[in-house]
Each structure stands twice: as structure tokens, then as C-alpha cells.
Design a protein around this ligand. Structure first.
Ligand code: URA
Ligand code: SF4
Length: 197
């Protein structure tokens, strides 16, 4: 693993910067390939993640893995992380204070990995990173902000009891990797929302 990422991981494991440290079992640092062209950003660890210290390993994680596989991509090829690295009690949405306190870790992950694109999974990440809401309205779109590309899709947990949303997630992930191929080939891509203008 990349040395700098390893040290972020250690800092996350030991972190006591917000109150979520009091109720967590384990912090959940980001995980995956540091050479990935894409970082997936979810909301916060759930029960299984808290128990094992790894992101997206529960039911939502299986949905994400399945979507990746249907696009011919293995989980190990990409980097997966969350807005906050410790589980909020009863899986409540992390507060704005918790998100702000935790945000440096994600900023560091991004600055080390330098992904071509960041894939936002669901409303909490959408709101935290881009100030957005109503992800179902904006999903599938490509955003440019501060020289960084983002791709918006639904949270895998939202697909658990919703067969239609599984199709949506799979379709979006397929589009994302088509896009990444185009970026790698230096093709020009169509930006849907440009925050710089
Ligand atoms: N949901 C998330 O947002 N992140 C995880 O790691 C697991 C479930
Ligand atoms: Fe630290 Fe983030 Fe965990 Fe809060 S959620 S204790 S800021 S790692």
C-alpha cells in the first residue's frame, strides 16, 4: 500500500476528533487500489463495516460489488471510502459537524490518489461534496468543480428493496466506466453541471 495512505489509515484508526469515536467499534478507513482512476464515496460505515473496519462489506456493499462486476470491474481495482469514517449510532445520517470534522481525511485520500473522477454514492456524499440534494434527479450526471470531475449515482443501500434502482445503479456504473475509458483515451467528455462557470 501507498505509504501516505497507510499513514492516513492509521490516523483514522486512532482518530478521536469527533464524538462518533465514543460509539464506534472500529473506524473504517478507505480501502482499495491507490492507483484507481475512480474513488467511490459513500455516507458512513454501517453495522458490518463498524464490526470489521472495512467499507461497504454489508448488504449495500454487495450491491456495489455486483454493479462493479456487471461493468467488468473488480472491487480490488477501485478505491472505496466514506464521508465519515465512523459509524453513527443507529445508522443516522452524520451531522454537518461530524462531516466537517472528518473531511480532511477524504481530502487527503483524494489528493494522494488523484482520481480522474469521484463517484458520489447517494445524497449525503452529494450534499457534503457538492452541496447538492435530490440525487435521484441528478444521478447519471457528470459534474466539474474546482478542476475535479464527479459522477453522481444513487446509494447502493437504496437499491436493497428496489429492483428498479438496481438497474439504475448498474446502468450508471457502466456509464461511469465508459467515461473513464474515454478519459484515459483523452477524449473530450460532455459535462452536465459545471460549477466553475
Ligand atoms: N453504507 C455506506 O455509506 N458506507 C459503507 O461503508 C457501508 C454502507
Ligand atoms: Fe475521527 Fe472521522 Fe471518526 Fe470522527 S468520524 S472520530 S473525525 S475518523
Amino acid at each position: 500500500m501507498n505509504q501516505k495512505l497507510q499513514s492516513i489509515k492509521q490516523n483514522v484508526i486512532e482518530c478521536i476528533k469527533c464524538d462518533l469515536c465514543k460509539t464506534r467499534t472500529n473506524s473504517v478507513p478507505g480501502k482499495g487500489n491507490f492507483k484507481s482512476s475512480v474513488i467511490f464515496v459513500g455516507e458512513a460505515p454501517g453495522k458490518n463495516e463498524d464490526k470489521n473496519g472495512e467499507p461497504f462489506i454489508g448488504v449495500a456493499g454487495k450491491k456495489l460489488s455486483a454493479a462493479l462486476e456487471s461493468a467488468g470491474v473488480s472491487r480490488e481495482d477501485v478505491y472505496i471510502t466514506n464521508i465519515v469514517k465512523c459509524r453513527p449510532p443507529k445508522n443516522r445520517i452524520p451531522t454537518s459537524t461530524e462531516r466537517e470534522t472528518c473531511q480532511d481525511y477524504l481530502k487527503q485520500e483524494i489528493s494522494i490518489i488523484k482520481p480522474k473522477i469521484i463517484c458520489i454514492l447517494g445524497n449525503t456524499a452529494f450534499n457534503s461534496l457538492l452541496g447538492g440534494s435530490e440525487i435521484t434527479k441528478f444521478r447519471g450526471k457528470i459534474v466539474l468543480k474546482d478542476n475535479q470531475l464527479y459522477f453522481l449515482t444513487v446509494h447502493p443501500a437504496a437499491t436493497i428493496y428496489n429492483q428498479e434502482l438496481i438497474k439504475v445503479l448498474n446502468k450508471d456504473i457502466l456509464k461511469l466506466f465508459d467515461l473513464i475509458t474515454e478519459l484515459k483515451n483523452n477524449k473530450e467528455i460532455q459535462i452536465d453541471i459545471d460549477y466553475t462557470t
